[in-house]
Design a protein around this ligand. Structure first.
Ligand code: ZN
Ligand code: ZN
Length: 427
């Protein structure tokens, strides 16, 4: 046997052992079971207009039991050199920024914080995501995902779309109408995904912020399945007003049309914080902890989180925790994690195929006041609610409403709720 042959034999043997070890590992059940990961996909820092250093924001989320966090500053990613200093015209806001600096320096210390003096003032170098992620990330426990809030506008209305797990910053492309602008931003994320091969998703943020996005726009979006049904920022009008529908109502109207004549597919509802404020804790500030997603996955990696969001294997919540959401044999069943002293009612909300409206052409206006759209088909108390579809439903989704007051809500008096994703008969 030549020297070459011996070497090859050794390599093959080593490979054989490795293979054997690999299969033994799988057979012994080492492959993790799918579990719920708590995450927020919408956060701001000093990289754009929030009042906190990125590390302080990340620390807050990690300390509060989150498993992943997407940093999504306006039109910027934390990947280059940037120096920042407290600079707000409003004296009250300036005071808050000075306090944020104090918190940053006190929490991370002079060995971490990097400063320089320019024109007599102290500037702080914003650490990049690559620099600060080793401080926080832990396999299977905590993950940071790069992102950007593509912050565009049309007809002076704010159009914001989050790009999750982006590789490069995207310049918002603009558009001639609101619908075209949202679509262009979603398409820009999808274009980067296709070009780079990196899994990423887009989600439409706070449709009612600046009353920018109407249900006519929402229902016509292509290639995006995700939008924020609940956003924690106090200025986003989640609940609509006397003339304009709540975002949750827009979801039902959009689903009723997207799953019938428009044929554009399902839309999944997310909850996020859109946190900007970490110094003052009050209802009028955009504090973290108001709404998040629970994503079901075997592994905590950007790819697995993106995949699970894309296939709708998650729920949105402002505090209610679910142990399980299951849809099998046309029955949607939830197991709610009971908290002592808290009671729960679950509404199964849907629209039936025979709902009356003027649909038939994509140009027909959505029927906003129609009580047949987004109807409560059943209401169940307790922690194990279920609903069996009759086949007459276009879709059904569940909303769990607790009687626990949210500790720092979007609006005074809000109770903790959860929204599961819509299911369709036979799906
Ligand atoms: Zn926004
Ligand atoms: Zn935002």
């Amino acid at each position: 046997m030549s020297q070459k042959h011996i070497t090859r034999r050794i390599v093959l043997t080593i490979a054989g052992i490795t293979l054997l070890a690999g299969s033994t590992l799988a057979q012994s059940g080492e492959r993790p079971e799918p579990r719920w990961f708590k995450g927020n996909t919408h956060t701001h820092t000093w990289w754009s207009d929030a009042d906190t250093a990125p590390e302080v924001a990340v620390k807050w989320y990690k300390d509060h039991g989150y498993n992943f966090l997407v940093l999504s500053d306006h039109n910027i990613m934390a990947d280059h050199e940037k120096w920042w200093f407290p600079n707000h015209k409003n004296p009250e806001r300036q005071q808050i920024l000075l306090q944020a600096v104090e918190i940053y320096v006190k929490t991370f210390g002079p060995d971490w914080v990097e400063t320089r003096t320019r024109e007599g003032r102290t500037e702080y170098r914003l650490k990049t995501l690559a620099e600060f992620r080793p401080l926080f990330e832990e396999a299977g426990k905590f993950l940071l995902i790069p992102g950007e809030e593509l912050s565009d506008s049309c007809e002076r209305k704010p159009i914001h779309v989050n790009g999750v797990n982006l590789k490069e910053t995207i310049k918002p492309p603009g558009g001639k109408t609101v619908l075209e602008t949202i679509q262009n931003n979603i398409d820009a994320v999808m274009e980067q995904r296709k070009r780079t091969g990196q899994p990423m998703i887009a989600h439409l943020n706070h449709p009612n912020f600046g009353w920018a996005v109407t249900v006519e726009d929402l229902m016509r979006l292509r290639g995006d399945r995700l939008f924020e049904v609940h956003n924690g920022h106090p200025m986003v009008h989640n609940y609509g007003d006397d003339e304009r529908p709540a975002v949750e109502r827009m979801w039902d109207i959009a689903l009723a049309r997207r799953l019938t004549d428009l044929n554009l597919g399902i839309m999944y509802g997310m909850a996020s914080d859109d946190a900007h404020n970490y110094v003052n804790w009050e209802i009028k500030s955009a504090n973290p902890g108001r709404g998040w997603v629970m994503v079901r996955s075997r592994y905590l990696t950007p790819q697995h989180i993106v995949d699970a969001l894309e296939r709708g294997d998650f729920y949105a919540t402002t505090g209610v925790v679910l142990d399980d959401v299951r849809f099998a044999d046309n029955t949607l069943e939830l197991r709610i994690q009971a908290r002592p002293g808290v009671s729960y009612k679950t509404q199964f909300i849907g629209t039936l195929k025979n709902f009356r409206d003027s649909r038939g052409s994509a140009a027909a206006p959505p029927d906003r006041s129609n009580p047949e759209i987004g109807k409560v088909l059943s209401e169940v108390s307790g922690t194990n609610p279920k609903y069996t579809l009759t086949g007459q439903e276009i879709y059904v989704r569940a909303k769990v409403i607790s009687d626990a007051k949210h500790p720092n809500p979007f609006r005074e008096g809000d109770v903790e709720v959860a929204w599961t994703q819509p299911v369709t008969p036979g799906s």
